[in-house]
Design a protein around this ligand. Structure first.
Ligand SMILES: Nc1nc2c(ncn2[C@@H]2O[C@H](COP(=O)(O)OP(=O)(O)OP(=O)(O)O)[C@@H](O)[C@H]2O)c(=O)[nH]1
Ligand SMILES: [Zn+2]
Length: 388
């Protein structure tokens, strides 16, 4: 299913004056790979078509119309400053990430990315370089499968963390518990995990026996983009291959020579049989958390509901009087482990927000300084000011 060009999307495409009749693949394309200015794209409605190479013009900004969780972020690579060198405001640069929908234009005989369609969803992680920049790992994702094994025992804290990440993306989170064939009571275990997956569908599967794959497959209709997150060994690749009925992802079988595994090193969009797409990247599999208050409120909707009854609006549920969350723990209504988990993630989210603020302040200071320098240069160069 190709989404129609939203109204106003055409303004995302700078007028390049490109002549028509060049046969430059028109229509919306999907970014299959994004490596430093060069992109591989395929038509949105033909994901299995041979990829085309398109350049990302460093000057021609890929401006985003509308907004989304990925706003203002890029793929983490150095694509130049956010602001023009003279300190004047430049439109925020957005660099296409895997899964983005782009419009191509022809520029001097080469295919270029003319614009980016609004990013409805984006899976982001903390900048690898400890800067405040968030890195867009995948854009245009519809479903985030949080994959967790039943054997060894599932880790509720990890599920909570990944669900928070998934909610943050704007996509729909779904929990998949794997390796049901290895435990005596998969449904009992699933009921325990369901308590930490509030408001989220949960499926129990076994790739080995094929149990439970139907409902997961049903999530992957034509035009759906899915990404899997979960710990190494959870069975993500095995699950995808079982769903696809083909070797789409490399599984974790060790290489015979013992030198690690055959794994992809590039982020890529992989077409699945049936018209869905998978974003596969090793970076996503063990992604660091980027939480914010809204995503925590979704992932911990039960805690958020209780918090509504706390006496203080900004209650930290850490011993304040009239705390409804603490009361729920005392009553055995809320698992203290869950409150502790919420606390830890809320601390991380606050830390990330402070870092982002500090970086924004530093950028603003640098911008003002550049402007001051430019002013003094102009004044001196112009000879407009005489020294007394
Ligand atoms: N018995 C059983 N084994 C499974 C199942 N799913 C996966 N496995 C096994 O678990 C191991 C890890 O599976 P992978 O699919 O490679 O796990 P992964 O999550 O992709 O791991 P990374 O690539 O490290 O992120 C493999 O040996 C699989 O054969 C299952 O449903 N039942
Ligand atoms: Zn409270």
């Amino acid at each position: 299913m190709t989404p129609p060009l939203p109204a106003g999307a055409a303004t995302a495409v700078p007028d390049t004056g490109a002549s028509s009749g060049t046969g430059a693949a028109p229509g919306v394309h999907r970014v299959v790979r994004a490596d430093h200015g060069a992109l591989l794209v395929v038509p949105d409605e033909r994901l299995d078509a041979p990829p085309l190479r398109a350049v990302l013009d460093r000057d021609g900004l890929a401006a985003l119309v509308g907004g989304g969780p990925g706003d203002g972020a890029d793929d983490g690579a150095d694509h130049g400053p956010e602001h023009a060198a003279d300190g004047s405001e430049a439109p925020a640069r957005l660099v296409p990430a895997v899964g983005d929908r782009v419009v191509l234009v022809e520029r001097g005989g080469v295919l270029a990315v003319g614009g980016l369609l609004p990013r409805r969803t984006a899976l982001v992680r903390d900048g690898a370089d400890r800067s405040s920049r968030e890195q867009v790992l995948a854009a245009g994702v519809d479903v985030v499968l949080v994959v967790e094994h039943l054997d060894p025992d599932p880790a509720p804290g990890r599920v909570e963390r990944l669900l928070t990440l998934a909610w943050r993306s704007g996509a729909r989170p779904v929990v998949v518990l794997t390796k049901a064939d290895l435990v005596p009571d998969p449904d009992g275990m699933a009921a325990d995990v369901a308590r930490v997956a509030v408001g989220v569908d949960l499926h129990v599967v076994s790739a080995a026996t094929g149990t439970g794959l139907g409902p997961v497959r049903a999530l992957l209709g034509p035009g759906t983009t899915v990404v899997l997150v979960g710990p190494s060994g959870a069975g993500k690749s095995t699950l995808v291959n079982a769903l696809a009925g083909a070797e789409v992802m490399t599984t974790g079988e060790r290489r015979a020579d013992g030198r690690g595994r055959h794994t992809t090193t590039h982020r890529r969009l992989v077409p699945l049989p049936g018209g869905a797409a998978l974003v596969d990247t090793p970076g996503i599999r063990g992604v660091g958390l980027v939480a914010d208050e809204a995503s925590l409120d979704r992932a911990f909707a039960d805690v958020a509901d209780l918090a509504g009854a706390c006496r203080f609006r900004d209650c930290a549920h850490a011993g304040e009087p009239g705390c409804a969350v603490a009361a729920a723990v005392a009553d055995g209504e809320l698992d203290p482990r869950r409150l502790e988990s919420w606390r830890r993630l809320a601390r991380e989210a606050a830390h990330q927000a402070r870092r982002a603020d500090a970086a924004a302040a530093a950028a603003e200071k640098a911008r003002l300084k550049a402007r001051t320098v430019a002013y003094h240069r102009a004044v001196r160069g112009g000879g407009g000011v005489q020294r007394p």
